[in-house]
Design a protein around this ligand. Structure first.
Ligand SMILES: Cc1ncc(COP(=O)(O)O)c(C=O)c1O
Length: 1007
């Protein structure tokens, strides 16, 4: 017997029932005493019942049982009391009860119907107006839905799609009476529903838009509707109707399905369309994020060709039904706050879905599913795209025929775009003009990811992929038709031709052809306009609206609609295959697993400029982690100095050349104290620390060294021995050699001692260690630490700590080593060296990283008498340490820091950043502390500001999301719960703001 028919009546108003009514229904019909709170519903009434008393009577669950785990350990039992709209028949409600039992038997997590006192799960309630209302009680699935989440990470969207697919897979075998319904949500009825409810949409203009898009969707759907598979579907597996498990990183993974009120026979693919549409309002500016759900669904229930064709139109129609129905509901049921609050989201779904053109959506789905591009042969009237056999085409630009042209390189790796030239607005033009001075034409090929289209701060992927070939050539050069064609369109300097099975858009020409004109192969269609930039774009279908540039993630789909026109120009295809996954695999094949890498799916970074890193797709990222590139990436002055020196001489420091003394003099000039007047040059921080330890041990004739917990000083045997970070080596504390003694880390935020007296307390602890019979004792050679604890996340030791410690160490005859590899060289803003910030002078200071701006260079700065001790163990020599090129690199860095006032910039931008981060911390409880100063900071993320439980997996997930938004930032510290902030010192205020704005967005909108 047919069930409910939406078209037979008007809109449904929810039954008039209060929370108090619900409480009495729960107790009188089901024997549950409890409090009721209304949950939202479009057309029914749902109440959350929290049982306050033990269940009496039969309310102990259906034969299928309460869903296990929902009320662990006798915790408060909760239920959903459903007062169904009386418009629905008993058979329809019985089918809904039965399907919940059925899906549970198939291992799915869904609510269960609860029997009433009379043993039946369907009860009735006499409303005041004498109507008899159907009442059911269901177990409540504990856990959050996705509805209140902002951004949904790809694994979450995939899990949602998989859940939808799994439900469909099982429902294929579910049959019952009461499924033959005519629902407003059944997408088979979408067009009729939209036509019927359109009048409720207030603005006429919006109505027209909605109608036009819905009509277009319905027309595309009509071509395949008759072959779409029908089966039982849930019909409403949305962000709202799934229950999630919350992972430690904060991701909500959908696992359970609720609300079977729309259960009916319907199109299988409609199940997916509804699910996919519900993703859209979470990422309204990235509609293709729904592809993750589509792929996951298809993995469980492979879609047919017709279903793929129908999918995006159905998503759009779902959006249109939601807005039309929502507008009606808020007007006929004025008190329905739930419906009103949902309106924004409904409009967002519709807007996002209709923002993607049909062809692109179809191509993108096929591409994501690994299906071949649409040929149109199966079900639609879209003409098949046939490429013209090569022999029948005439090269379109005769000027290219003799080969006197140059290929232009606008890509990220283009050697012609160095020194920031890529950022100038006329970069393409300048490169083309230079080429034209040598040749008679220049070609910017199809398929390049153009660096010239890369914006500096890009929250979304920029449109960098060229879907056309551009030819620069003298004005007036003739362009001919590659094959017989007719003129479809002409406007401005653009001509659109229709050829056999495909279209051609030619821009930048002067043409006197008229629409409809027929042209033979080789016949002129126009001449290059005075601007002389001719663009040639092939269209898989004449008239297809194809952009000139698209985003990298959309390039593959668009490429099926606008293929490389190279052959029409007599050129070899140039499309670049740029897939970071290939590079990752190559790297994995050659490198050991222990060799660290950033990110799960890293972008392939091939260019740096100032504080930006740029990947092969032309996406730029603000680089918040590269303290090595202290003066900025690819600094022209640095590049020139190093390459000029390479062209002159590079040898070892046993030869005499001026750069060595120049660099040493410059380093000594920065010395925190005149007593540190001697320099030894090496290649890295590890070597500098290694040498510093060796100097201390030779000079004192002793061997023991005290290092701090949670420190990292390098990888060589000696520098590794004093590295205690459990992150870098989980066994570090247990595996130190016996000459290493470990003191507590002076972290007054989360360490042993906090608050005002922390410096004294940590120093007292160290005094105890020094006095301990098992401690370093009389054999103490040195104490080593970073003056600001870089590895701990930029933690500044409590004021006075280092002064007290140095005093104690020296009193026992030890030397004090300051490891400035991370925090020195102007980074702290207020001081050039960390020890200056702490008000101490070390005996030995190590520096590297920033010193060479990425060129391997390190140094030890110490007292002459200490350096002289080295002679006791023979000569010292490091082949590349202090080479002419190293020295020139080091000099250029110091010159740029001085001439571009980078220390001052670190101070100013650092203060600005600190202020903005402090403000962020006020609004986001996840930020426990902002450590550091200048441009060495750490944003420590905690789950609880009292317990300081580290938000470890959240930090990792936030970094992944920040990458999507154009920022490179990484976790650091022992616990990996600190965002490390140590960008190039040229970081601009705009870049700092971009970073904070994105972090704010992620903390607010989710990750
Ligand atoms: C404080 C500190 N010292 C020394 C080193 C070792 O430097 P390198 O990697 O140049 O060998 C590091 C490296 O991260 C460091 O952070």
């Amino acid at each position: 017997m047919p069930g409910f028919d939406f078209f037979s009546g008007q809109g449904l108003v929810r039954p008039d029932v209060t929370a108090a009514d619900a409480e009495s229904m729960a107790s009188s019909l089901f024997g549950i005493t409890g409090t009721a709170r209304e949950l939202g519903s479009q057309q029914d009434r749902n109440f959350l019942i929290t049982a306050t008393g033990a269940a009496t009577g039969a309310a102990t669950g259906d034969s299928a049982g309460d869903s296990a785990g929902d009320s662990a350990g006798g915790a408060t039992q909760r239920y959903v009391l459903k007062v169904d709209n009386p418009a629905f028949s008993a058979a329809e409600l019985a089918a809904q009860d039965a399907v919940m039992v059925f899906l549970t038997e198939h291992g799915m997590r869904v609510p269960q119907p609860v029997r009433g006192l009379n043993g039946l799960s369907r009860q009735h309630w006499h409303a005041t107006d004498a109507a008899l209302l159907p009442v059911r009680l269901l177990t409540f699935l504990e856990g959050p839905s996705l509805e209140a989440r902002g951004y949904l990470a790809p694994p979450v969207v995939r899990a949602l799609g998989r859940l939808s697919g799994t439900t469909s897979l099982h429902l294929r075998d579910f049959a019952a009476d009461g499924l033959d319904r005519t629902l407003q949500w059944d997408l088979r009825n979408a067009k009729t529903v939209i036509d019927l409810l359109m009048r409720w949409v207030p603005a006429e203009e919006t109505r027209d838009q909605l109608r036009a898009i819905a009509d277009s969707a319905a027309a595309r759907l009509a071509a395949v509707a008759s072959v779409l598979r029908l089966q039982t579907i849930h019909g409403d597996i949305t962000d709202d109707n799934v229950i999630c498990r919350v992972l430690p990183n904060g991701h909500h993974v959908p696992e359970g399905v609720i609300d079977f009120g729309d259960l009916a026979t319907g199109w299988l693919v409609a199940e997916l369309a509804v699910t996919a549409a519900s993703v859209l309002h979470h990422m309204p500016d990235n509609p293709l994020a729904a592809l993750e759900a589509i792929v996951a669904f298809d993995e469980v229930v492979p879609l047919t060709e017709a279903e793929i064709t129908a999918l995006w139109p159905l998503i759009v129609l779902r959006g249109a039904v939601l807005v039309a129905s929502g507008e009606q509901q808020v007007q006929i049921d004025a008190d329905n706050d739930y419906a009103r609050h949902r309106m924004d989201a409904e409009w967002q779904v519709f807007a996002a879905a209709s923002a993607i053109g049909w062809e692109e959506a179809d191509a993108a789905i096929r591409q994501a599913l690994g299906r071949r591009p649409h040929t149109g042969a199966e079900h639609t009237t879209v003409p098949e795209h046939t490429t013209v056999p090569e022999q029948t085409t005439v090269p379109m630009i005769p000027a290219l025929a003799d080969g006197d042209y140059e290929m232009l390189d606008f890509t990220v790796t283009s050697p012609a775009l160095t020194d920031g030239l890529w950022q100038t607005t006329d970069a393409e033009w300048r490169l083309a003009q230079a080429a034209l001075a040598r040749r008679s034409a220049a070609v910017a090929p199809y398929g390049q990811f153009r660096l010239t289209r890369t914006p500096p701060h890009s929250r979304r992927e920029p449109d960098t992929f060229a879907l056309f070939t551009e030819v620069f050539l003298p004005a007036g050069s003739v362009i001919v038709a590659p094959a017989a064609a007719s003129v479809t369109e002409i406007g401005g300097d653009t001509l659109v031709l229709t050829l056999a099975g495909f279209g051609l858009r030619i821009g930048g020409i002067v043409s006197n052809l008229v629409p409809g004109a027929a042209i033979a192969a080789g016949e002129p269609v126009g001449v290059a306009s005075p601007v002389a930039r001719v663009t040639v774009q092939e269209l898989a279908r004449p008239g297809l609206p194809v952009p000139h540039f698209t985003q990298p993630s959309r390039a593959a789909a668009w490429a099926t609609l606008a293929p490389d026109p190279a052959r029409l120009l007599g050129l070899a295809p140039q499309a670049s295959v740029v897939d970071p996954a290939i590079e990752l695999a190559r790297r994995g094949a050659m490198m050991a697993a222990a060799q660290e890498k950033y990110y799960e799916r890293p972008p392939q970074i091939e260019r740096g400029w100032q504080e930006l890193l740029i990947d092969t797709h032309g996406r730029s990222y603000v680089d918040m982690v590269n303290n090595v590139a202290v003066i900025g990436h690819s600094h022209p002055r640095f590049t020139r100095a190093v390459s000029d020196q390479l062209a002159l001489l590079n040898t070892n420091s046993r030869f005499l050349y001026s750069a060595l003394a120049d660099l040493c003099e410059h380093i000594v000039a920065t010395s925190p104290d005149p007593i540190l007047d001697t320099v030894l040059l090496v290649n890295s921080g590890s070597e500098a620390v290694d040498l510093a330890l060796r100097l201390a041990r030779i000079h004192t004739g002793r061997s023991n060294v005290v290092a701090l917990r949670e420190g990292y000083h390098g990888w060589t045997s000696a520098s590794d021995a004093v590295s205690t970070s459990a992150y870098d080596n989980p066994f570090s504390l247990a595996s130190r050699p016996d000459w290493v003694h470990i003191a507590d880390v002076p972290n007054s935020y989360r360490g042993t001692h906090r608050g005002a007296g922390a410096a004294g307390e940590y120093a007292a602890d160290l005094a105890r260690l020094l006095a301990d019979p098992d401690g370093p004792g009389a054999d103490l050679a040195a104490f080593i630490c970073e003056p600001v604890l870089g590895n701990a996340g930029g933690v500044v030791p409590p004021a006075g700590y280092l002064a007290r410690v140095y005093e104690q160490v020296r009193a026992r005859g030890g030397l004090c080593i300051a490891d400035e590899v991370q925090v020195g060289y102007g980074r702290l803003g207020s001081h050039f060296w960390g020890v200056q910030q702490q008000g101490v002078v070390p005996d030995i200071l190590t520096v590297a990283k920033a010193m060479g701006n990425g060129y391997p260079l390190g140094a030890v700065l110490t007292r002459r008498d200490i350096a002289e001790s080295l002679a006791r163990e023979g000569n010292f020599f490091s082949s590349a340490g202090g080479s002419p090129v190293s020295c020139v690199a080091g000099l250029a860095v110091l010159d740029v820091i001085r001439d571009e006032s980078l220390q001052q910039n670190a101070d100013a931008v650092g203060r600005h950043l600190a202020g903005r981060l402090a403000e962020l911390a006020e609004r986001h409880p996840l930020i426990g502390m902002v450590h550091g100063l200048g441009l060495y900071m750490g944003v420590e993320l905690v789950r609880d500001r009292d317990t300081l439980e580290p938000a470890v997996s959240e930090t990792a997930a936030i970094c992944e999301r920040m990458l999507e938004l154009g920022v490179i930032v990484q976790p650091t510290s022992e616990r990996q719960n600190v965002l490390k902030i140590k960008p190039p010192l040229c970081l601009s205020r705009e870049s700092a703001d971009f970073f904070v704005d994105r972090l704010d967005e992620v903390l607010q909108g989710g990750w």
